[in-house]
Design a binder for this molecule. Structure first.
Ligand code: PGA
Length: 253
């Protein structure tokens, strides 16, 4: 049984005071929940403050990116051991906004992934096609390319620690959600691809999140598909009520 994982990607939102307010609200609403893993991913500058607030709490902490060298003259970058030392458990890698605006490729995603695993972080690796690719019938080609390229060279044991997030770019921040059937179809394809790469036992254990305009209203429909094991939530993770409702709606009653 794969345990669902609901992660809030705060992107470049929330000053420190706003982050504290949001985490206080979430602690009131979802701290007691153990049926699913709940993760919040603030900006780098707010990680230490949020880490302190989450000591001895079920809510887990994630970062949104990292650089693959451990230290050095890389102005503006943050490394995996630095994240680990501050109390981070998860790290989002290769989000489509990083691929689109910051020139990330499968190759740089792969380097980040290996460095995260080496430091003992649990990576959330994002894959997904854009609108032109979907309309051009290239969804499976693009997703296969992202999966094989981003996860290249991983041992089956390391793959067991990775979460994959399928995020169709056309559904991110647009209010356009993939239907549960559209999402399930791609999730199943991802699991088949993982089976070819790492074997069935490993692939069966990998949690595959859906991301792209997840809201309280569409959570249950998406989350109870056979190959969907959680959500990576952007906009709706910025408010206590909507994120708490998504977490609660992802648990089978
Ligand atoms: P969204 O973002 O929920 O605002 O569509 C999802 C994401 O980018 O992870």
């Amino acid at each position: 049984m794969r345990k669902k994982i609901i992660a809030g990607n705060w992107k470049m939102f929330k000053t420190v005071n706003e982050a504290v307010e949001l985490v206080n609200g979430l602690k009131r609403e979802v701290s007691d929940i153990t049926a699913v893993d709940v993760v919040v991913c603030p900006t780098f500058v707010n990680l230490a403050v949020v880490a302190d607030m989450l000591v001895d709490n079920n809510i887990k902490l994630g970062a949104q990116n990292l650089f693959w060298e451990n230290e050095g003259a890389f102005t503006g970058e943050v490394s995996a051991p630095m994240l680990k030392a501050v109390g981070v458990e998860y790290v989002i890698i290769g989000h489509s906004e990083r691929r689109q605006y910051f020139h990330e490729t499968n190759d740089t995603v792969n380097k980040r992934l290996k460095s995260a695993l080496k430091a003992g972080l649990l990576p959330i690796v994002c894959v997904g096609e854009n609108l032109a690719e979907r309309e051009g019938g290239k969804t499976f080609d693009v997703v296969k390319d992202h999966i094989t390229g981003s996860l290249a060279g991983l041992s089956p044991e390391d793959m067991g620690k990775v979460v994959v997030a399928y995020e169709p770019v056309w559904a991110i921040g647009t209010g356009k959600t993939a239907t549960s059937a559209q999402a399930q179809e791609v999730h199943k394809f991802i699991r088949e691809t993982l089976t070819k790469m790492f074997g069935g036992a490993v692939a069966d254990g990998v949690r595959i999140q859906y991301g792209g305009s997840v809201k309280p209203e569409n959570t249950a429909d998406l989350m109870f598909q056979p190959d969907i094991d959680g959500a990576l939530v952007g906009g709706a993770s910025l408010k206590v009520d909507s994120f708490a409702a998504i977490v609660k709606n992802s648990i089978k009653k």
